[in-house]
Design a protein around this ligand. Structure first.
Ligand SMILES: CC(C)(COP(=O)(O)OP(=O)(O)OC[C@H]1O[C@@H](n2cnc3c(N)ncnc32)[C@H](O)[C@@H]1OP(=O)(O)O)[C@@H](O)C(=O)NCCC(=O)NCCS
Length: 146
């Protein structure tokens, strides 16, 4: 893919510093918490993890973090505020769906923007996970089948 010409483009992440920066900008005030640079470094070195960065007009806009086994667990997806509603997260989800494996994720039950995007990409509600987060809030487990 030609990352310079495309409006939205994706590549495998390489830098724990960039990932920590993005993670901190997007998730610092959220229930999800922020991984340290050392944690990002260990994920980058583990071949079971898929870590993608998304670019909008060649500017880094966000990331997703997944574990790949016989299925995929989408652990985190986030887009920097100035780049939201431009299709960046959709692009990441489509890249994951190209792998043709079942994808599971958890989403906080009142995170309507995230739930909307998952529904738009044909995820469905699988089960409710009570007290899933550290603040005791509940999550929906959602699933997409190829
Ligand atoms: C949820 C999030 C990843 C969406 O990223 P995004 O790049 O803005 O999403 P897209 O532009 O691809 O949106 C695709 C569709 O999702 C839905 N959507 C996205 N944001 C929405 C919002 N704030 N309200 C309602 N629907 C929304 C819409 O249907 C949208 O299509 P449209 O713009 O044509 O109406 C982003 O808002 C984010 O990073 N939020 C904070 C982190 C987070 O909550 N992550 C998920 C839990 S780990």
């Amino acid at each position: 893919m030609n990352q310079v010409l495309a409006e939205v483009a994706v590549q495998s992440a390489k830098s724990p510093y960039m990932l920590h920066h993005l993670d901190n900008e997007i998730f610092k005030d959220s229930i999800h918490g922020v991984f340290t640079k050392a944690e990002w470094n260990s994920y980058l070195q583990n071949p079971n993890y898929i870590i993608l960065e998304v670019f909008y007009h060649n500017q880094v806009a966000g990331f997703c973090l997944c574990i790949q086994m016989d299925h995929i667990d989408l652990l985190k997806i986030g887009i920097l505020k100035p780049y939201r509603r431009k299709g960046c997260a959709s692009f990441l989800l489509k890249e994951l769906q190209k792998l043709k494996k079942t994808i599971f994720l958890e989403v906080e039950e009142f995170n309507h923007s995230a739930i909307q995007i998952y529904l738009k990409h044909d995820f469905s509600f699988n089960r409710k996970r009570l007290f899933y987060y550290s603040n005791q809030s509940h999550a929906w487990e959602m699933v997409w089948h190829p």
